[in-house]
Structures are given as structure tokens and as C-alpha cells.
Design a protein around this ligand. Structure first.
Ligand code: HDE
Length: 702
């Protein structure tokens, strides 16, 4: 009887007393007047009890006859679909692409014909190597996959946040992915390239070296999805109404500017908030701060391709913006989060072969291979050739064909005719004018398994990327290589990587060798082509040189205690609001603090849950007594010490000084550490924050 009383309390709590009528035997009914719908099975049969399985006697065995119980567990047991082999961890959002003006001179693609036209879009960002449950701030490439629901079908531009790739031929993709993912015997490391197999593969595949420069740079640890670029990577074609083809490379430029974190921060963010990137996008969209990217094109003809120093079909090469400027043609805005993560983000099926009339492929061997792989992988993951019947994958334009049946077929045509030609006068017909035509590029030659000679230069652009970085960015690359290679257990692999670095930059190779404490400097690796020394730096490749103009969209974490100066806090909040940035309060207890005016201020985070790594800049605002408490808390000392070490802008009140001293950073009071004395100082602090980091801070690394 005690059990039944418990049951009664539980049910009452769930439905609210008024909605539940508990019968004498403990059975419940939702009484009329409650506005919640009645629960049913999948077959629509009303459910009377969702708490207890059907048993022979109160303590007896469960009966097979309990169809509700069996259906509920059957469905639960089948909830998962296979995660993506790569790009398993992702986060998606809806939005639109807005076209700036007609592009008829380049392409007949319908979405580019009318000024101001909006095409619905769905974007999924992802990491590559980690499994679905891994953390967001792995050092990794980010997927930047865009599905555009155009009036002439779905166009999937399945790109990354890095414009080059590890390999030149799709044949090597399974090897490359096996090498980077967890090692097969032990099942780890997770979401890490810092292990022997990856660097073994890379050191035996010099074509990876350009990509290695990118993933060892801060590009691989973005501050959030909102602050990274996207690239189509391959050369594509645009084809106009007359059938003229132009080569094109696609770029997405974030209007928010570029921003990354530093490695020590990434490591800590992964512990403090493994969902840092997805939470950021979710929060921004929910706050109405919709991220935008401008779509830019690099367009060129055969003549340019002929004279360009590298093969435009080689996905390990870029065309520097300074050599071929980017033409902005429209913008992508993300303004709506998904309603259901599984239905949309998990089930979305991107396929590189989804192109629309006016867009076409080039012969890039990586792209050609992808065009097979993506369709194939969707069948495995979604389990049916009818995956386009799922709303997120269905075109939003009219469609008609004679494909039929299969698992879970949802669009089933009526009537007798399911083939063509037919003489019944019904059903769709091909349309030679409107339909997709492949560009008739002339091809001939013997069937060969070869790598074109024109793909042989593996180092020159890696060097160009490196020399395009600012000093601090170069230091980060050297440190990242050192970190990763220090996790490699086999000394020969470490040396082999350094032998490739020698072909990129002597000083970089020497720094890494020294930081690894290599006993002997290896000889430079044999190069199929010597590294070109004449390529000019491309400033567009640096993050620091392409940061934001404002602090909008960024977050400041203010460490507060009881007695926090109410006027200063308000001044800071107002200055940040005017900039389009937000203020979060971090307090010893999540309940909040009482400010100097006696008013209550709710905290957003308890100190232990809100370390400074989660913020773009911090303000240290305790009262005098508050500071005495904070100096006893390791998390408060870390808050300050980390913010300084990560070269953040720090605002502080004089009463906070004991905390700086205890944290060992009282000697770092440079121009990036800004005293808040009067309300006007808050504005100065926010203006300083526009630079994001005070890179000149001396001795910041502890
Ligand atoms: Fe992918 N890639 N890839 N890839 N890729 C997949 O497709 C593949 C490559 C990229 O958010 C898979 O649906 C091959 C380059 C993104 O759902 C798979 C090759 C670029 C996403 C696959 C490449 C990408 C994927 C796994 C070498 C940047 C996530 C699950 C030729 C331009 C899309 C899936 C999403 C996903 C194959 C190389 C980007 C297995 C064979 C280069 C953004 O089909």
C-alpha cells in the first residue's frame, strides 16, 4: 500500500492535483478539463498507466501481453541511427541566403538571378574527428555544410572552415580518416590528432603539409562557429544560360569577423563547457543576434587556370585573395534554431552531388570521389533510399519523378502510370531547356592511376601560409606542433615531421625541434619540387589581421561579490549593451549578490562553473571584503590568472588588487588591464576589447 501512495504522489506531481483522479486501486485517469492530450501508443490506443508494466501479481513477473510496454522499449531500443563516420558531432540552424544582384553573366542558377531574393538555407557546422559525444573545442577542421533549398532543387555546398584538404585523391580518404580517428586496438584518443597514427600517416604523405599548417594554426580552435570562415574548397564551375563555363571558388566571410581561442583555453573550455560552440550559436540566435556570412566568389577562366602557379584541381592549394579578389554576391543569415535536433541536425543529409542548373563540378579528384561517397553514406545512415522524404532533406520546390516504393516511402503517386515514355499523357517529362546539363568539358586520354605532375608541389603554399601569419600566430603554430608531436610516442615520427617542416620554414623547424628536444636535427625531406621562396605573404590568411571592428556578439564575465559597486556595474552593462555585447555575472554562489546599493543581482554562473575561459574579456569587481573571500578560492585565482595568461582585456577595481597578487599576476598590469574608477572607464574598456586580445602582454604564459 505504501507503494501505491508513492505512485499517487508522483502522478499528482506530474499532472497537477486537479488533473489527476487516482482510483481506489491506484489507477489514474486524466480528468476532463486538463488541456494536456491523452497519451496513446503509436497505434493511437489510449494509455491508462505509463508508470507500471503489467504484472502477474504486485511482485510477480512482467507479462508478454503488455503491448504498451513492449512497443515503448522496442522504439527506445532503435532510437539511434549510425553516427557519421566523420563530422559526427555537429550543430545546425536554419536561415536564408539573400542574393545581392543578378549574376546572369556567370550562372543561370536560379537563386542568383534576382536582387534581394531570399533562398531558405540550413547549415550544419561540425568537428571532423571526434565522435558524436566528443567536445566542441578539439583541435580540428570544422565542417561548414550549407543546404540551399532553391526553386530549382537543393544545392548542397559541403565545405569546411579551412580552404584546403589533407589529401589530393579521394582514394586516400579512408586511410586519412582511419589515421586521425581513435586507434583501432584501444579505441582512443578521442577527437585528437595528437597521436602516433595521425602523424605517422601525415609524415608519409607530404601532400598534407599545407593543411597541417592550417590545422596547427588557431583556425582549428575557433572561438565559435559565428567567427569562422567557410570555404567550398574545390574549384567548381558556374555555367550561364548560353552554356559558357567559368571556374569558381566559394568563400563564406563572417560579418562578425574572425576569432579563435588559444590552446590552453581550448583545453580548459572542453572541461568547463564541452558544448561551448553549440551553446554559443543557440544563445546568439535565441537572443536575436543572428550571425551572417557574406558569400564571395573567386571567378576565373581557363587562361587564369593555365597561368596560375598551381593546379586549380588540386584541393591542397588555394588561390590567394590578393591574386584573385573575392566578389561578394550575397549573404547567409542564420535566424532560427531547430525544433528537434534529431529530426533536423542529425538526419540532414548533405550530398556534394546535389548541384542545381548553373552550378557544375570540376575534375578535382577529391570532389569526384566525394560525389560518390555522400549518397552512399546517407543510405547507410538513414536506412532508406527515401531519405529525401524527410522534411529537412526534401526540396521546397515542386518535384516529380517515377522513383517509387522502398523503406518508409512517404510520397506515393496515385494512378496507374509509373514509367515513361507512356502514352497515357500523365506524369512528369524531361525538360531539355530547364533541366540540368553537365558542362560538356572535352576529355580524352588513357585510363591511368597516376597523380598529375601538376600536383607535385607540396610545400610552397604551406610556407606561404606560415609567412602570412603575425608573430603571435607563428608562435601558436610552433607550439601546436610541439604539443601534438610531444603526444607522439615514436621518436622517428617526430623527426620525420620536422624533416618536412624544414621544407616549409627553417626557423619553424628549428623551434619545434628545440621544443621537442630532438637529439639530432634531421635532414630536410626529399621534395618532389623545391619550395618556392617567391610567394608573397597573403594578409587574408591571418586571423589577427582580420578580426572584428567591434566587440559586438562577444561576452564579458564579471566576477562580483556582495558589495559590488552598483554604479560601475551598470556603467559596464550599458557600455556593453551599446556595443552589442553581453555581460554575465559570476559570483561565489549562483543565487547572486547584493550590490553596494543593497539591490539584488542574480548571477549567471557560480564561480566554479563560469571560469574566465568562457568569456572574451573579464571584469574583476569585488568589494574589499569580497576580495578577501575570493583570495581563498582557487577558482577565483584561476579566473584572474587565466584571463591574464590568455591575454584578455581585464577591467578591475582597486579593491581587487589582493586577488591579482594572490594569483601571481600583479606584475602584469599593462594597458590591457584597465582600472575602472568612474563610469567613463567602462566605455574605454569596451573600446579596448574590440582588439579581442592584448597580444603584446609580456610573459603572459605561466
Ligand atoms: Fe566529407 N564526408 N569527405 N569532406 N564532409 C562526409 O558524409 C568524404 C571532404 C564534409 O554536416 C560524410 O554525411 C570523402 C572535404 C562535411 O552532415 C562522408 C572525402 C570537405 C561533412 C564524407 C571527403 C568535406 C562531411 C560522412 C574525400 C570540405 C559533414 C557523413 C574525397 C570541402 C556534413 C556524411 C554534415 C561528411 C566523405 C573530404 C566536408 C563519409 C570521401 C574535402 C562538412 O560521405
Amino acid at each position: 500500500m505504501a507503494e501505491q501512495a508513492d505512485d499517487k504522489a508522483r502522478k499528482a506531481a506530474r499532472y497537477g492535483e486537479a488533473d489527476v483522479n487516482v482510483g481506489a486501486g491506484g489507477e489514474t485517469h486524466q480528468v476532463a478539463g486538463g488541456d494536456l492530450p491523452a497519451m496513446t501508443t503509436q497505434q493511437g490506443i489510449p494509455v491508462s498507466d505509463d508508470q507500471n508494466s503489467l504484472r502477474a501479481g504486485a511482485r510477480g513477473p512482467t507479462l508478454l501481453e503488455d503491448f504498451h510496454f513492449r512497443e515503448k522499449l522496442f522504439h527506445f531500443d532503435h532510437e539511434r541511427i549510425p553516427e557519421r563516420v566523420v563530422h559526427a558531432r555537429g550543430f545546425g540552424a536554419h536561415g536564408y541566403f539573400e542574393n545581392y544582384g543578378p549574376l546572369a553573366d556567370l550562372t543561370r542558377a536560379d537563386l542568383f538571378q534576382r536582387k534581394g531574393e531570399k533562398t531558405p538555407a540550413f547549415v550544419r557546422f561540425s568537428t571532423v574527428a571526434g565522435n558524436k559525444g566528443s567536445f566542441d573545442l578539439a583541435r580540428d577542421v570544422r565542417g561548414f555544410a550549407v543546404k540551399l533549398y532553391t526553386k530549382e532543387g537543393n544545392w548542397d555546398l559541403v565545405g569546411n572552415n579551412i580552404p584546403v584538404f589533407f589529401i589530393q585523391d579521394a582514394m586516400k580518404f579512408p586511410d586519412m580518416v582511419h589515421a586521425v580517428k581513435q586507434e583501432p586496438d584501444r579505441g582512443f584518443p578521442q577527437a585528437q590528432s595528437a597521436h602516433d597514427n595521425f602523424w605517422d600517416f601525415v609524415s608519409l604523405s607530404p601532400e598534407s603539409m599545407h593543411m597541417i599548417m592550417w590545422i596547427m594554426s588557431d583556425r582549428a580552435i575557433p572561438r565559435s562557429f559565428r567567427f569562422m570562415e567557410g570555404f567550398g574548397v574545390h574549384t567548381f564551375r558556374m555555367v550561364d544560360a548560353a552554356g559558357k563555363s567559368t571556374f569558381v571558388k566559394f568563400h563564406w566571410k563572417p560579418k562578425q569577423g574572425l576569432q579563435s581561442v588559444v590552446w590552453n583555453e581550448a583545453v580548459k573550455i572542453n572541461g568547463a563547457d564541452p558544448d561551448f560552440h553549440r551553446r554559443d550559436l543557440w544563445d546568439a540566435i535565441h537572443a536575436g543576434d543572428f550571425p551572417e556570412w557574406e558569400l564571395g566568389l573567386q571567378v576565373f577562366d581557363e587562361a587564369f587556370a593555365e597561368k596560375f602557379a598551381f593546379d586549380v584541381l588540386d584541393a591542397t592549394k588555394i588561390i590567394p585573395e590578393e591574386e584573385l579578389p573575392i566578389r561578394p554576391v550575397g549573404k547567409l543569415v542564420l535566424d532560427r534554431c531547430v525544433d528537434n535536433f534529431f529530426a533536423e541536425t542529425e538526419q540532414v543529409a548533405f550530398c556534394t552531388q546535389n548541384v542545381v542548373p548553373g552550378i557544375d563540378f570540376s575534375d578535382d579528384p577529391l570532389l569526384q570521389g566525394r560525389n560518390f561517397s555522400y549518397l552512399d553514406t546517407q543510405l547507410k545512415r538513414l536506412g532508406s533510399p527515401n531519405f529525401t522524404h524527410i522534411p529537412i532533406n526534401a526540396p521546397k520546390c515542386p518535384f516529380a519523378h517515377f522513383q517509387q516504393d522502398g523503406h518508409m516511402a512517404m510520397h506515393n503517386p496515385k494512378g496507374r502510370v509509373n514509367y515513361e515514355p507512356n502514352s497515357w499523357g500523365v506524369g512528369p517529362r524531361e525538360s531539355p531547356d530547364k533541366g540540368f546539363h553537365s558542362f560538356p568539358a572535352p576529355v580524352e586520354g588513357p585510363k591511368l592511376r597516376v597523380r598529375s605532375e601538376t600536383f607535385a608541389d607540396h610545400y610552397s603554399q604551406g610556407r606561404q601560409f606560415y609567412i602570412s601569419q603575425t608573430e603571435i600566430e607563428r608562435t601558436h603554430i610552433a607550439n601546436a606542433l610541439t604539443f601534438e608531436l610531444s603526444k607522439v610516442e615514436t621518436p622517428a615520427i617526430r623527426s620525420r615531421v620536422v624533416s618536412h617542416l624544414l621544407n616549409i620554414d627553417q626557423a619553424l623547424a628549428e623551434t619545434v625541434a628545440k621544443q621537442l628536444r630532438l637529439k639530432e636535427m634531421p635532414k630536410a625531406a626529399d621534395a618532389a619540387k623545391p619550395t618556392r621562396q617567391d610567394l608573397k605573404p597573403s594578409p587574408a590568411l591571418s586571423i589577427v589581421l582580420n578580426g572584428p571592428k567591434s566587440f559586438a556578439g562577444r561576452k564579458v564575465g564579471a566576477l562580483v561579490t556582495d558589495g559590488v559597486d552598483a554604479g560601475l556595474l551598470d556603467a559596464l552593462a550599458n557600455a556593453l549593451k551599446a556595443e552589442g555585447a553581453t555581460l554575465k555575472l559570476i559570483a561565489p554562489e549562483v543565487g547572486g549578490v547584493k550590490d553596494s546599493a543593497g539591490a539584488w543581482r542574480d548571477a549567471h554562473e557560480k564561480l566554479e562553473g563560469g571560469p574566465s575561459v568562457l568569456f572574451d574579456a573579464v571584469a574583476i569587481l569585488p568589494s574589499k571584503e569580497g576580495a578577501e573571500l575570493l583570495i581563498t578560492l582557487p577558482s577565483a585565482r584561476d579566473f584572474v590568472a587565466d584571463a591574464v595568461a590568455h591575454r584578455k582585456f581585464v577591467a578591475y577595481v582597486a579593491d581587487a588588487m589582493p586577488l591579482f597578487e594572490k594569483a601571481g599576476v600583479a606584475g602584469n598590469l599593462d594597458e590591457g588591464v584597465i582600472p575602472l574608477k568612474a563610469a567613463d572607464d567602462a566605455k574605454k574598456f569596451v573600446e579596448a576589447c574590440r582588439k579581442l586580445r592584448f597580444w603584446d602582454r609580456a610573459g603572459a604564459e605561466r
